[in-house]
Every structure is written in structure tokens, then in C-alpha cells.
Design a protein around this ligand. Structure first.
Ligand SMILES: *[C@@H]1O[C@H](CO)[C@@H](O)[C@H](O)[C@H]1NC(C)=O
Ligand SMILES: *[C@@H]1O[C@H](CO)[C@@H](O)[C@H](O)[C@H]1NC(C)=O
Ligand SMILES: *[C@@H]1O[C@H](CO)[C@@H](O)[C@H](O)[C@H]1NC(C)=O
Ligand SMILES: *[C@@H]1O[C@H](CO)[C@@H](O)[C@H](O)[C@H]1NC(C)=O
Ligand SMILES: *[C@@H]1O[C@H](CO)[C@@H](O)[C@H](O)[C@H]1NC(C)=O
Ligand SMILES: *[C@@H]1O[C@H](CO)[C@@H](O)[C@H](O)[C@H]1NC(C)=O
Ligand SMILES: *[C@@H]1O[C@H](CO)[C@@H](O)[C@H](O)[C@H]1NC(C)=O
Length: 827
């Protein structure tokens, strides 16, 4: 002891080495009090007592030692906290770890079925706390290990699943909150029924399904790909079914967590400055909500609405379906006739449906699989169980097909049973398509598509003219000019790009060139031969909605020219491809700046004010000064692009509508827009006017000033959104507190207050109370006295959103999902 003390004082470094190297085990004679810890041999993990977040309770747990982030990976007594620091951890003579409180009561224990001569408990460098015989470090012989009883964290080396022999079931359970490790509402667990898959549940309700393992990944996790951080495996045999992953470089720190709000997340530690990088989340978007589209429905996030019926199926309850309640699902248009030779329709690129009522055989081939399904009249679909090497194995489904979705990449093939008569229809149309592609020379095909496009457009416009006062955007709102064909030609005077040119410019649409995912497809960066940089919006195939938006955008923006609108350079329609080519905006979109902690530093107040004024001028041009007079309908931060000089450019005219001079408002049953930016009268009644754009502009102004999203805004003091918060501060005369911390240095308080004031005026409940864009431009340009705003119109909007889409916020109470949505107005 004395020697040790001397060492300790003579060399701190050495003493750290010695203490940490020495104490990674507890023997029967030892115990750990609150304040003491043991550290794994390599110093990666530490075991001891801690208090999570702002809680004062004490828990026994394991956390990272080297990166000292306070990130806890395992908690022993998660549901039985200690309320003082009297806790003691002991190892009893039978090899059971016991946690005692002040009164010597056992509040937690590890239990093992066996006992050994001289048990020790050891904390391994994997983060696993094990109890074993002193002389036996074979993992097979561990008496007990914490890896068998995970909490919310799944570490490399853990087995996540079920041991069919012992019945041991390892699964994740979320914490209640970041301050409270007690058992939360969410679990992610292997379901061994049918072809095994993972279910993420809230209580007993499934919220997300990973889908079954397909040899490469879980069918519902297309972004689980080979990577440089870890390798992953799924084991399925008579004894056990589990998923596990291993680090490629053991000095990399990574963990998978089920967050308190039910999101499965992979994190990797970067460094002290950058902290944890969110590497992957299992749930990607709304389509990942379990069974969103009901039985025989299929979800495609590129479509709007996202839910559709499988081919040959129709909504079971059309009325509900039309108001975005898809839970009723779809039913067959034509009944199956098992005796008369039903067939199968192939769906490529999907997530396999729920497999709890399925059967599988890993050695059958696809042909045998099909025959097997055909023979059983209850069999509704089949697929390969393993998609590696061209596919092998067989899964059969019985009963309804639930929770199918379509993927842009990494989906797989599903074969759905159909009545023979239905099948003919789809097969022949597929064949016709094929003939067209093969027989007709490619250039000609492009030409024909173009002609069809023009004809469709003419027809549509004629139809629309009769039906609605507000058509889709077309050239010449002026009725006299409308009769002439001239305007049609003018529509297409935009340069037509060759597909090969675009393919070359974007390096064949390589992933490294992908800038993001727009409303109707991916967006790529490209460089033309001459060196001009472009952005290419590529319409996803099969996107009905996308096609309409595509046409709308071509016709709309081609006619517009303003320094605050993004410039369309041309378009491309060839093969089955449709693309829009824009000038490239090196600084991406506004939301990548204002909502990002580090990026927001780059936008000081003068720049932000410049941006606000620029957007206002762009919008004024659309509303008043352009040839078309346009309502944008989907103004939001992600649709404001920034050029080299941080000049804002309004983009994405897929939803835009033109209107006549004497019209002030119109309505639609198909409401398109983005939650958080939609005005109440538009979201609720489908009424849109220039004033609904003004509302969105107001939201945008408050977001730019505050650096916070309206939707997803969280304040510990109240449950208001950003508008409510801004209004609250305004009434208390504390508006300035809304200012984003990163612009507090650079801000001009008068301009900031004026902007907030204008923002609040723009988001008034009644459209009539909102200023026009010309007034807004004026108000922003001077320090004139402004009318007093009233309470903003957001309460209605909020209720509406909750009713129309209970999804808003499923992932996080503060959801930041600003996808453009469509639904039918509840009128
Ligand atoms: C601490 O918890 C024990 C039971 O575990 C209880 O009897 C005691 O009153 C609690 N003390 C405080 C200060 O809450
Ligand atoms: C708890 O047990 C220890 C030793 O087993 C004993 O010294 C102590 O008095 C006990 N405390 C209580 C409150 O029973
Ligand atoms: C471990 O404890 C649980 C209850 O906490 C009990 O159901 C189980 O049978 C115990 N296992 C063994 C091996 O003692
Ligand atoms: C460990 O020691 C026990 C006796 O204490 C002995 O029976 C056993 O064979 C030893 N195991 C190993 C792996 O050395
Ligand atoms: C593992 O990662 C560490 C730190 O990131 C690095 O220094 C080391 O070279 C890596 N080792 C291998 C084998 O890649
Ligand atoms: C799976 O299919 C193969 C080939 O058809 C067959 O030999 C085998 O018995 C099947 N296994 C089961 C469990 O049905
Ligand atoms: C089909 O399902 C029905 C009802 O679930 C059942 O009675 C029948 O036995 C099943 N037929 C086959 C061939 O499995």
C-alpha cells in the first residue's frame, strides 16, 4: 500500500496506468461503493455509479471512459434507482452480482443458473460486464454477462435476438428520457414468427418494422450497407436467431441506440470537438411508419400522396383514403380464382411485406417457390429469402400483405398473386412498353415522348380552362392569347438537353454527384463540357405526381426571370427520363445554413437581412410583376437556394399556380405544401391566394431571425411552436430574445425588430390582416411605424395537422421533417 502511494505521487501518468490496468475485476472479497469505479483493461469503459442528466438519482452503469462523454451504455438497476450514494455492488459466493442500498436490501442482482468455485466479475474492453470462473475466460462458460441484457444500447459484439435453446431474448428498450434510464415505451425486438424480422414497438403497437434479413441487410433498411466502420451479420439456425456487428478497426467507437422517442440510431464518435456523428437511422421517412398504407397498399415517398394501392387493387374505403386515412388499405378489383390459374405480378425494388404470417425454406429456388405458392390458395405472394447471387430460398405469404414500400435503391423483388384477367392487362402493357423501347430508334422515341408531352399538355390545359378558374401554370394567362398556338411553341423554347450530355456531366448520375432528394426525385450536380456547373433534377420513374410537377415547373419557371428566382437552363426528355437543368447554387439551400449550428455562423445579420429582402422581392415579382402572376404554394427554407454571393433564389415551382389579375383567391381539394409553412385557411379549407404565400414568407422570416424551425420548435417553458413563441416574446416586449445566438454580435436591433414585426404581420390568422408583398418590401426597406399584429394563426393549423397526419412528430416530438405533403382539404 505504501509503495503504491509513493508511486501515485511520483508519477500521475504511471499511476493512472496502474490503477486502470489493475482494477477491471471484482472478486468476492471486494465491493464497489458509490464513488469507486472499475475500468476495463484497455481503458475503454468504466463501471460505477452515476446520475443521468439533471436527475439526482444514482444508478449503477457502464459508460465510455476514453472519450469521457458521459455516454452511458448500460444500466443495471434502471427501474430501481438509489436516492442516495449508499449503493454497494458486491459479488456473492455463488457468483451473483448484487446491488445493495442503505438498508442492505438487494435492489438489483444478476442471476445465473450455475455456480463456480471462485467467481470474478470483470469489465471487458467491449463494454461487457461478465461473471466467470477465475481461471476460465472462455465466453462460452460465462456465468452471466451484461451483453445478454441490453438497455437502449446495442454495442459491437452483442447478439441481438433470440436463443431458441435457452429462451434468452435480447432486445433494446428505450430510456424514458435522456435523464431517466427507466424502461421507456419503445422496444426493438426480434419476432421469430414466420420468416424472422425485427419489430420496433411503442408499448404493444408496432411503429416500425426492419423487415426480414435478405442475405445482405434487413429488407426495410436499405441504407444498412457495407461500410468502413463495421461489418454486420445475421445468424439464423436451429439454435439461435440474432443480428450482430463488429468493428473493423477496434479503435473506432460506435454504438446503436434506441432513443427515448423510438428512433433507432447508429452513432460514431468523431472527436471531442465534433462529438457523436449520427451515422444512420433505421427509420428514414413517413413511409417507414408501420402499415401506413394498410393492407395491399404501397408507400412511395416520392409520390404525393405517398400511399397507393398495388396494381389491380383499389382503396377499400375511398372516402377515408381521399382524406389521407390510408389505414383501411386496398382490396382486389378482381377476385382470385385459385382453380383457374392465378398468376403473379412482379414488384421490383420494394420492402418485403410483414412476414409474421409467412413460411420459408432456404434451399428452394424461385421456380419451386412460385409453384408452391400457386398450389396453396391461401398464398398471396412469394419472394426469394436471400437475394445474394441472383437470389435463392423462398418466402411465402398467407393473408394480407402489409407494410410494403418502394425504394429508390436496395429494394428487392416481390411477386404478388393476381387474378389471371388482371394480369393480362398489366403484362400486355408492360410488353407494349418493351416493344416501343426496343423497336423504335431511341432518338425517335424521345421525339414522340416530347410530342405526347405537348399534346397532353394542350389537352389538359383545355380541360382545366373549362373546369377551374385557376389552371396549372401555363404560358399566357391572358385569354386572348390563349387561343393561339404561339404560346405552345413558346412554352418549349427552352433548350432541350441531350440525355448523354447530362449523363456525362453528372458522371452517370453517380452517387458522389447527388446533392439531395427533391420532391419528385434526386438532384445531381454536374459540369457541362464547357465548364458550366449545373444542378440536375431527375424525375423518379413511376412518379405520377412528379410528372405533373415536372410539367408545371418547366412551363412556369421557363417564363420567369428575376435575380431572386433560380434560373432554369433547360430540360431533357429522352428514353423514359425527364430532367430539369438549373444553374448550380454552390451554397445549397438556406436551411442548410440557418438550422445548422456551425453553418449558421457564416450567415451574419447583414447577410440574413439581405436574404429576407431578396426573398421578398422575388415573391413580389411572382405575385405582381411577372408575366404569369404566380402563387408559389411551397415556400420554405429548403426551397431558397443561395448563390456564390449568398443571394437568395426561390426554387421549386412544382406546386406553383398562376392566377388571373382579377382573382384574389381560389381553392383546391388537393392541398400541397409543407407543414409549418402552410397558412391555416390553406391547410384547413384548401383556400390559397397570394396571402398564403405571405404567410409562408412570415414563417420563413421568423426562422431566419431565430435560427429555429417553426415545425419542430421546442421550448422547455411551453408547448408553442415558433410563431407562438415569437408572439409570446413580442407581447412581453422581449422580441429581441428571439434572435439566433450566432447573430447576436452582428445584429442591428432595429432591423431585427422590424423583421420580427413584419414576420408576425405576415402570419396573421386572417389573410386580410396580412400585408401584400409590396407592403412587405416597403416595410423592410424603411423604419416606418407598423400596425400592431394580433395573435398569429397557428393554433388551427396545429390542430389540423394533428388530425390530418398523426405522423407529424412520430420520430421526435420536435420533428424536423419538412417534406412537402399533399392531402385533401377537409371540407
Ligand atoms: C430512499 O428510498 C428508500 C427506499 O428505497 C425510502 O425508504 C427512503 O425514504 C428514500 N429517501 C428519500 C430521501 O427519498
Ligand atoms: C449491512 O451489512 C453490513 C455487513 O454485512 C453490516 O456491517 C451493516 O451493519 C448492515 N447495515 C444494515 C443497515 O443492516
Ligand atoms: C433470473 O431472475 C428472473 C426474475 O428476475 C427469473 O424469472 C429467472 O428465473 C431468473 N433466472 C435464473 C437462472 O435464476
Ligand atoms: C479452473 O479451476 C478449477 C478448480 O478450481 C478446475 O476444476 C478447472 O478445471 C479449471 N479450469 C481451467 C479452464 O483451468
Ligand atoms: C484505426 O483507427 C485509428 C484511429 O482512428 C488509426 O490511428 C489506426 O491507424 C487505425 N488502424 C487501422 C488498422 O486502420
Ligand atoms: C425445403 O426445400 C427443399 C427443396 O425443395 C426440400 O428438400 C426441403 O425438405 C424443404 N425443407 C423444408 C423444411 O420444407
Ligand atoms: C386456407 O385458410 C383457411 C382459413 O384460414 C383454412 O381453413 C384452410 O385450411 C387454408 N388452406 C390451406 C390449403 O392452407
Amino acid at each position: 500500500m505504501g509503495g503504491f502511494t509513493i508511486l501515485f505521487f511520483s508519477s500521475t501518468l504511471l499511476s493512472i496506468f496502474i490503477t486502470s490496468a489493475a482494477v477491471d475485476t471484482i472478486t468476492q472479497a471486494q465491493s464497489i461503493d458509490d464513488g469507486e469505479t472499475i475500468v476495463s483493461a484497455g481503458g475503454d469503459f468504466e463501471l460505477g455509479f452515476f446520475s443521468p442528466g439533471s436527475s439526482e438519482n444514482r444508478y449503477l452503469g457502464i459508460w465510455y471512459k476514453k472519450i469521457s462523454t458521459g455516454t452511458v451504455v448500460w444500466v443495471a438497476d434502471r427501474d430501481v434507482p438509489l436516492n442516495d450514494s449508499s449503493g454497494i455492488l458486491k459479488l456473492d459466493e455463488r457468483g451473483t452480482l448484487v446491488l445493495l442500498n442503505k438498508a442492505n436490501m438487494t435492489i438489483w442482482s444478476s442471476n445465473s443458473s450455475r455456480s463456480v468455485q471462485s467467481p470474478v466479475a470483470q469489465l471487458l474492453d467491449t463494454g461487457n460486464l461478465v461473471v466467470r470462473n477465475e481461471n476460465d475466460s472462455d465466453p462460452e462458460n460465462f456465468l452471466w454477462q451484461s451483453f445478454d441484457y441490453p438497455g437502449d444500447t446495442f454495442l459491437p459484439g452483442m447478439k441481438y435476438g433470440k436463443n431458441l435453446i435457452t429462451g434468452l431474448d435480447s432486445y433494446l428498450t428505450s430510456w424514458k428520457s435522456t435523464d431517466d434510464p427507466s424502461t421507456g415505451d419503445f422496444t426493438n425486438r426480434l419476432d421469430p414468427r414466420g420468416f424472422p424480422q425485427m419489430f420496433l414497438k411503442e408499448g404493444s403497437v408496432v411503429t416500425f418494422r426492419s423487415g426480414p434479413w435478405n442475405g445482405l441487410r434487413f429488407s426495410g433498411m436499405p441504407n444498412l450497407k457495407p461500410n468502413s466502420i463495421y461489418t454486420f451479420h445475421f445468424v439464423l439456425n436451429q439454435k439461435e436467431i440474432y443480428y450482430t456487428y463488429e468493428l473493423i478497426n477496434s479503435s473506432v467507437v460506435t454504438r446503436m441506440v434506441l432513443s427515448p422517442n423510438g428512433v433507432l440510431q447508429d452513432y460514431t464518435w468523431i472527436d471531442r470537438r465534433q462529438g457523436w456523428l449520427l451515422y444512420l437511422t433505421a427509420q428514414m421517412d413517413n413511409c417507414d411508419r408501420y402499415a401506413l398504407c394498410g393492407a395491399y397498399g404501397s408507400c412511395d415517398i416520392n409520390n404525393s400522396p405517398a400511399c397507393g394501392c398495388l396494381k389491380g387493387f383499389v382503396p377499400k374505403h375511398p372516402n377515408d383514403w381521399n382524406v389521407a386515412d390510408w389505414s383501411g388499405g386496398c382490396v382486389r378489383r378482381t377476385r382470385l380464382n385459385c382453380q383457374n390459374g392465378d398468376g403473379f405480378l412482379k414488384y421490383p425494388g420494394v420492402k418485403l411485406p410483414d412476414t409474421q404470417d409467412s413460411w420459408f425454406n432456404m434451399t428452394m429456388n424461385l421456380k419451386e417457390c412460385k409453384m408452391k405458392c400457386l398450389k396453396n390458395c391461401n398464398c398471396t405472394a412469394y419472394a426469394n429469402s436471400d437475394i445474394r447471387n441472383g437470389g435463392s430460398g423462398c418466402v411465402l405469404w398467407f393473408g394480407n400483405l402489409i407494410d410494403i414500400r418502394e425504394y429508390n435503391e436496395n429494394g428487392q423483388d416481390l411477386y404478388v398473386r393476381m387474378a389471371a384477367s388482371e394480369l393480362e392487362e398489366y403484362e400486355s402493357s408492360d410488353q407494349k412498353k418493351l416493344v416501343k423501347i426496343i423497336v423504335i430508334p431511341i432518338g425517335l422515341a424521345g421525339l414522340i415522348l416530347l410530342v405526347i408531352f405537348v399534346i397532353l399538355h394542350v389537352l389538359k390545359r383545355k380541360r382545366l380552362k373549362k373546369k377551374a378558374p385557376l389552371g396549372e401554370v401555363t404560358m399566357g394567362h391572358n385569354p386572348e392569347r390563349d387561343h393561339t398556338n404561339e404560346s405552345e411553341k413558346e412554352d418549349l423554347e427552352l433548350p432541350l438537353f441531350d440525355f448523354d450530355t447530362i449523363a456525362e456531366a453528372t458522371d452517370n448520375f453517380s452517387r458522389s454527384n447527388k446533392l439531395g432528394q427533391g420532391g419528385f426525385g434526386p438532384v445531381y450536380k454536374g459540369m457541362l463540357r464547357g465548364g458550366q456547373e449545373i444542378a440536375v433534377k431527375r424525375l423518379s420513374k413511376n412518379s405520377r405526381q412528379g410528372l405533373d410537377e415536372f410539367k408545371n415547373e418547366v412551363l412556369c419557371i421557363a417564363k420567369l426571370q428575376h435575380r431572386n428566382l433560380v434560373k432554369l437552363l433547360g430540360y431533357c426528355i429522352q428514353y423514359e427520363e425527364k430532367m430539369l437543368i438549373y444553374e448550380y447554387m454552390p451554397n445549397k439551400s438556406l436551411n442548410s445554413f440557418i438550422f445548422d449550428q456551425t453553418q449558421s455562423m457564416l450567415l451574419d445579420w447583414p447577410k440574413r437581412f439581405h436574404i429576407i429582402k431578396g426573398i421578398a422581392r422575388g415573391l413580389l415579382y411572382l405575385h405582381q410583376d411577372s408575366r404569369l402572376r404566380i402563387i408559389h404554394r411551397d415556400l420554405k427554407a429548403s426551397n431558397i437556394l443561395l448563390d456564390q454571393e449568398m443571394n437568395p433564389k426561390i426554387s421549386d415551382f412544382g406546386m406553383a399556380r398562376s392566377f388571373e389579375e382579377n382573382e384574389t383567391e381560389a381553392n383546391t381539394t388537393r392541398v400541397v405544401g409543407t407543414y409549418g409553412y402552410m397558412s391555416p385557411e390553406y391547410a384547413v379549407d384548401g383556400l390559397f391566394s397570394v396571402k398564403s404565400d405571405v404567410y409562408s414568407f412570415g414563417v420563413l422570416v421568423l426562422e431566419i431571425v431565430s435560427g429555429k424551425r417553426n415545425r419542430g420548435f421546442c421550448d422547455p417553458d411551453h408547448h408553442l411552436n415558433l410563431l407562438g413563441h415569437a408572439w409570446r416574446l413580442y407581447r412581453k416586449g422581449r422580441s429581441i430574445e428571439l434572435t439566433d445566438a450566432s447573430i447576436q454580435q452582428s445584429c442591428n436591433p432595429l432591423e431585427v425588430l422590424q423583421s420580427i414585426h413584419v414576420g408576425l404581420l405576415c402570419v396573421q390568422q386572417s389573410p386580410d390582416d396580412r400585408p401584400s408583398m409590396s407592403s412587405v418590401v416597403m416595410m423592410l426597406g424603411s423604419e416606418i411605424a407598423l400596425p400592431q399584429p394580433r395573435e398569429p394563426g397557428f393554433f388551427v393549423a396545429r390542430r389540423m395537422i394533428e388530425a390530418a397526419d398523426s405522423s407529424s412528430g412520430i420520430y421526435e416530438p420536435c420533428s424536423v421533417n419538412d417534406i412537402t405533403v399533399t392531402f385533401l382539404a377537409a371540407r
